[in-house]
Design a protein around this ligand. Structure first.
Ligand SMILES: O=C(O)CCC(=O)C(=O)O
Ligand SMILES: [Fe+2]
Length: 244
């Protein structure tokens, strides 16, 4: 479940975040990421409080589909809802490898997208590993060390798409679901969108926006973009019982 909220961040917040990102990005070689745990700078505390108010907002009934953050995710974040922040800075042409955020953080990850629009790509999880095929030759004396031989769709020599999927490997040639993030948009990642789908940004200097009817397309040049991600460290992660 991924929800997008248009334009939460006021200009003042955007300016502060952009200035912080610019400050973090100074020096050589250029740094494009800064991480904070716990005490946020004032502008980030304001952003975090606004996001928290939205995520906890009442009046959406019991219909979880209408909430920005699932109630399970929201209630798993005792106040303050977020205690970790990453500030990312992207120049045109820069991207982000598709990934699932670390297990050390709870459900309900938030991305505030600032300054310049960008296309974020979402890749579904690979299908589960197939059940092992019955051994067609149960003769224990047969020496078959071709480890790929029993993978449906794979012939062991030519690693075709089906083979990669069958092995649970990921392929960035997969067609993503695309989400157009405009300055001020806030994206809430819960459940599958947080735990199993990968998200990433293609490294290119422009995006192509296709109209809703699919009839026309528009090229949009990327500018400098800043993103602020907010997360909550899982309680058990403090004791390093989960992968960090
Ligand atoms: O920059 C973004 O929009 C996403 C950043 C992200 O996915 C992350 O920090 O884990
Ligand atoms: Fe991420």
């Amino acid at each position: 479940m991924a929800w997008l909220l248009r334009a939460i961040a006021s200009d003042g917040l955007i300016d502060s975040a952009a200035a912080a990102a610019a400050g973090a990005a100074t020096g050589a070689p250029r740094r494009n990421q800064a991480m904070r745990f716990g005490d946020f700078p004032p502008w980030a505390a304001v952003l975090s409080e606004r996001v928290e108010a939205l995520a906890r907002r009442e009046g959406e009934g019991d219909d979880d589909d209408r909430r920005l953050m699932t109630s399970a995710a929201a209630s798993s974040h005792p106040a303050p809802m977020f205690d970790q922040m990453i500030l990312n800075s992207y120049l045109p042409g820069e991207g982000l490898r598709a990934h699932v955020d670390l297990d050390a953080f709870d459900d309900g990850v938030v991305v505030a997208s600032l300054e310049s629009a960008i296309m974020m790509d979402f890749y579904p999880p690979p299908p589960p590993d197939p059940a092992p095929a019955p051994d067609p030759n149960p003769n224990p004396n047969t020496n078959d060390d071709d480890a790929t031989g029993d993978i449906p769709g794979g012939d062991g020599d030519v690693p075709g798409d089906a083979t990669r999927r069958a092995r649970g490997k990921r392929d960035d040639d997969d067609v993503p679901i695309q989400v157009w993030l405009q300055p001020g948009d806030v994206l809430f990642l819960c459940e599958d969108a947080r735990w199993t789908w990968r998200h990433g940004i293609a490294a290119r200097s422009h995006d192509v926006l296709v109209s809703e009817d699919g009839e026309s397309a528009r090229r949009v040049e990327r500018g400098h973009r800043t993103s602020v991600t907010l997360r909550k460290m899982r309680h058990d992660a403090h004791e390093l019982r989960v992968a960090a």
